[in-house]
Design a protein around this ligand. Structure first.
Ligand SMILES: NC(=O)c1ccc[n+]([C@@H]2O[C@H](COP(=O)([O-])OP(=O)(O)OC[C@H]3O[C@@H](n4cnc5c(N)ncnc54)[C@H](O)[C@@H]3O)[C@@H](O)[C@H]2O)c1
Length: 441
């Protein structure tokens, strides 16, 4: 497969709908890294290694040296927001990064001004922006976004563009007839069908142009049959949903471990407090519902109570998010986990994670942008399940159970990279190392 990967030549445009806390943290971070002011910690594409061949070969190149990724120097950022603040102003308001760091990259950040957003308050009640496109129909709005993408590409001399949704979480929408086929969807765009949310319009515009689309929020966006079909038709990689950070990251690290040791779980109560704009949006029940669905599926899919009812059949799982302004972007989460072991004896685990939401999300945005671009150059299209590693609620082929276990997700991602580059896949069997031993027994 390695012969089909096009080189990462020229500039890569990374277009982001939603220039809020996460987006401004990744943009400022990449600029700081480019200046040698900081390290891209948490980004596998920049700092991760990958083992190749047998353990005895001791080959552990950096991922970025193994697969042909765009260089940070070649990335050009752009985006849309419902507020007209430039990225420096937006980052200053988000208060994730220290003013000193932001000032060191002020010029680069000030130069990025959001394009007018496709927005409708009925999908995000708690937001009030006025930097918004106006048009007669959702179809015209999609066309306007396509023009934005093309203009950005030309103005910045980009050879390739990718899009990563970092906009707020929209209200909960279920898949319905208008989402079923490309024809229905396009008709829905013309008729302003209320089941088509703004994030779907961005996804449509990107996919129609063959621009890879990754969805960092839990709203459906590209996770509908019409856009999956369109992605296949236009040869576009897509993926989602909801960046895997914070409490869910911990859950997908811990739950596979408990399950691996056949320990039972009776209950898992998760509560969070956070005070950023994301928290404010999620304070509204319609938007929280979207997040809740995304967060709840994780345990069920890892533990599979249907095939192991004795250990997981009675699990009580609850997730709460509370808006608490004094904490800003520094989310605090508590988990109380009631487990049981040998002969049913109960035990408890308590986790208190004082995390920084956007600090965990920023490297994910960078990796997704670079890997989505790689997938496109490798002529991979449709759902990129190998990127599940980065998502809370991984998008999979219809009818396929998503894989939430972070370790299985990592193996899948690493093997996909090995496969792309024509390297042997690693099964971790390793019996051959002991062949002499086995034969002498
Ligand atoms: N930070 C994390 O750890 C994390 C983890 C998983 C998912 N997410 C999701 O990522 C998204 C961004 O999070 P954040 O903390 O940066 O939130 P944020 O509120 O700081 O930023 C979101 C931005 O999107 C803008 N926006 C909303 N609708 C838009 C539209 N239609 N077009 C253009 N812009 C639009 C808002 O004005 C805002 O500036 C949210 O959906 C959040 O749920 C974040």
């Amino acid at each position: 497969m390695n012969h089909v990967i096009e080189k990462a030549e020229g500039k890569l445009g990374v277009l982001i709908p939603g220039l809020g806390a996460v987006a401004t943290t990744v943009i400022a971070g990449v600029e700081a890294v480019k200046k040698g002011l900081s390290q891209p910690v948490g980004s596998l594409t920049q700092m991760g290694n990958i083992r190749l061949g047998k353990r005895t070969e001791n080959r552990f190149p950096k991922i970025k040296e193994f697969v042909p990724l765009a260089a940070l120097e070649d990335i050009v950022f752009g985006g849309w927001d419902v507020y007209s603040d430039n990225v420096f102003e937006a980052a200053s308001k988000a208060k994730v990064l220290e003013p000193m760091l932001l000032h060191a990259v002020k010029q680069e950040l000030e130069a990025i001004r959001p394009m007018k957003a496709v927005f409708d308050k009925s999908y995000i009640t708690n937001l009030d922006g006025d930097h918004i496109k106006e048009a007669g129909s959702k179809f015209e709005l999609a066309k306007a976004l396509m023009d934005d993408i093309e203009n950005f590409r030309d103005a910045n001399d980009c050879s390739r563009v990718v899009m990563v949704w970092c906009g707020s979480t929209e209200k909960y929408i279920e898949v319905s007839t208008v989402h079923e086929t490309i024809q229905n969807f396009e008709e829905g765009l013309r008729n302003n069908d209320p089941a088509i949310s703004p994030s779907m319009i961005y996804a449509y515009a990107a996919i129609k142009l063959g621009v890879p689309f990754m969805n960092g929020a839990p709203n459906l966006s590209c996770d509908i049959p019409a856009l999956i079909d369109l992605a296949k038709e236009t040869g576009t990689p897509i993926g989602g949903k909801d960046f895997k950070t914070g409490q869910t990251l911990m859950k997908t690290i811990l739950a596979p471990g408990l399950q691996a040791r056949a320990l039972g779980i009776k209950g898992w109560f998760s509560s969070n407090i956070l005070g950023n704009r994301d928290g404010y949006v999620l304070d509204h029940p319609d938007n929280f519902k979207t997040k809740e669905v995304s967060k709840l599926s994780v345990l069920e899919d890892i533990l599979q109570p249907d095939i192991n009812p004795e250990l997981y059949g009675d699990i009580y799982h609850k997730v709460r998010i509370n808006y608490y302004p004094p904490h800003g972007d520094n989310k605090e989460s508590w988990d109380n986990i009631d487990i049981f072991g040998w002969l049913g004896y109960p035990m408890q685990i308590k986790i208190n994670f004082l995390c920084r939401d956007s600090i965990l999300a920023a490297p994910i945005v960078l990796d997704l942008a670079l890997f989505a671009d790689l997938a496109k150059r490798a002529q991979m299209s449709g759902i990129q399940e190998w990127l599940s590693f980065y998502f809370k609620s991984p998008q999979t082929a219809p009818g396929l159970r998503p894989e939430h276990d972070i370790f299985k997700q990592l193996i899948k991602m690493q093997n996909t990279l090995r496969h792309m580059m024509g390297e042997d896949l690693i099964t971790h069997l390793g019996l051959d190392y002991y062949q002499d031993l086995v034969e002498s027994l």
